[in-house]
Design a protein around this ligand. Structure first.
Ligand SMILES: [Cu+2]
Length: 492
């Protein structure tokens, strides 16, 4: 018996060392990237926002991973690392249960706007609230805003428009009614309802769960629904909604879509379908492209510093440990091709998130409340571009930005200085705000630049339709294609 056990133990050690090799130091790490170790998180980070100072705010459960945003929130400082000292876990004193709310970094103050969330009535959860809360990143404090929304919203989409306003779409008002009338928040002004843009199909009863919506190049907001309808909303005044000619195949509230370039959306639909939706022309067009390999319900898609798309998490059956996709994939918009990336340890299903960090890594985190697992943890992915392009699985030397302005304006050049010459690429990626497989405001822009020494003149995006006002990560890449740590730049 003892001998058998010792064989089992040896086999376990061998398996462990092999998996360690494949996870962290495989010969093809320069192609697949690698996930770091599973690290503890003080709550399940259903909601994750990159703050203007490079820290990351998360919230969504209590410290045991139970459904409720009413008690705590967390501010993580990636510069410190991932141990307990890197987290500042603070009490939520607003009285609002922020579970399954909406959240976004405000374009002018840089504070975080939190809209709606959960409400418990007579001990029953999953009602909705119309509370508005603000998070002041300078003092790390969460406080109640004076004016609530007109409508209670649970699962609303929140996005920044070209006008610098915050558009709130959808969400459920209570277990039986949707919230079909959008609202707009303007910093320093307050709220208005888009009473002439009410719709059941675009963001009401037929598409209430975090409706997918993007500021479009034509100045309007483009919306896709799970049934397949597409819409343009003009949020000016009390709003104008038009149905567009494009109809997509069926989608799902838990299949992701993202804008990976200005006016270009990669949309995942059911049965492993994927489309590029092009909204740069007069009418939106959709082109079928190869899918990611299987449906990844509750999975995430994150545009990386180089413009490639990292797709992680999800499973074949929504929020069940059935056909779990532990292995991530990378999509290259240059050829619409997929490559296989590294394999995570944890399943990332319902209430998991993925977000690009200023150091050009991607944090994947959370899952649960409810789910097959309670993931009070994160795994940080190091993309291929941070590795030497050889088989040694060692990190490459990175360029750094030695000076860049903290503010910029559309169409104007900024001066960026770097510690190396031969910069090959300069990119701008919107500071992330993610929840429920949606990246609000997610956006990537390749920037043109001149100068080949250590000083570059980098031209900012032409207009606010291409890049709405607010906070962006600015990356420079060296001649080997390795990105710097980003500088955060406020556009507008
Ligand atoms: Cu939720």
């Amino acid at each position: 018996m003892r001998r058998v056990l010792s064989h089992i133990a040896k086999a376990a050690v061998l398996t462990a060392s092999l998996s360690t090799f494949s996870a962290g130091a495989a010969w093809n790490t320069f192609i697949q990237g690698s996930f770091g170790p599973v690290v503890n998180w003080p709550l399940i980070p259903l909601h994750m926002v990159l703050l203007p100072d490079g820290r990351v705010m998360t919230y969504g459960t209590d410290g045991q991973g139970n459904q409720t945003g009413q008690f705590i929130y967390d501010v993580w400082n990636p510069a410190i690392g991932t141990d307990a000292n890197s987290h500042l876990t603070l009490p939520n004193t607003t009285g609002t249960d922020t579970f399954c709310s909406g959240q976004v970094v405000l374009p002018y103050s840089g504070d975080v706007l939190l809209t709606g969330g959960d409400k418990t009535i007579n001990g029953v959860r999953n009602y909705s609230n119309n509370d508005v809360n603000l998070f002041d990143y300078r003092s790390s404090s969460l406080y109640s805003a004076q004016q609530p929304m007109a409508t209670a919203r649970w699962y609303p989409t929140v996005l920044t428009t070209a006008a610098g306003e915050i558009l709130i779409l959808g969400g459920r008002a209570d277990p039986n009614t949707a919230a079909p009338t959008p609202e707009v928040y303007k910093e320093g002004v307050g709220w208005r309802s888009l009473t002439s843009a009410t719709s059941d199909d675009a963001y009401g009863v037929n598409n209430w769960s975090y409706p997918r919506a993007w500021q479009a190049p034509n100045g309007k907001v483009f919306i896709t629904s799970i049934a397949g309808g597409t819409f343009y909303l003009d949020p000016a005044g009390t709003g104008t909604l038009q149905k567009s000619s494009l109809t997509l195949p069926a989608g799902d509230v838990y299949l992701t879509s993202l804008m990976y370039q200005p006016g270009k959306i990669l949309a995942f639909r059911t049965l492993n379908k994927a489309f590029i939706i092009d909204i740069t022309g007069a009418a939106p067009k959709a082109t079928a492209v190869t899918g990611v390999g299987q449906d990844r319900f509750q999975g995430s898609a994150t545009v990386m510093a180089d413009g490639k798309v990292f797709v992680s998490g999800g499973s074949m059956v929504s929020n069940q440990a059935n056909g779990v996709a532990y292995t991530a994939k990378i999509w290259n918009p240059a050829n619409n091709g997929w490559t296989t990336a590294a394999t995570a340890v944890k399943m990332r299903l319902y209430h998991s998130v993925s977000m690009l960090l200023p150091d050009a890594r991607v944090i994947t985190a959370g899952g649960g409340a409810p789910g097959p697992v309670t993931n009070l943890n994160a795994e940080i992915y190091t993309p291929p571009y941070l590795y030497k392009q050889d088989m040694t699985a060692t990190l490459a030397a990175r360029p750094s930005i030695t000076a860049a302005p903290t503010t910029a304006t559309w169409g104007k050049a900024i001066t960026v200085t770097t510690d190396v010459t031969g910069i090959s690429k300069v990119t701008l990626v919107r500071a992330g705000s993610v929840t429920h497989t949606v990246g609000f405001d997610q956006r990537f822009i390749n920037l043109s630049f001149t100068g080949s020494s250590n000083t570059l003149n980098v031209t900012m995006p032409a207009d606010a339709n291409t890049a709405p006002p607010g906070y962006y990560m600015l990356f420079v890449f060296n001649s080997a294609g390795v990105p710097s740590v980003a500088k955060l730049v406020k556009l507008g």
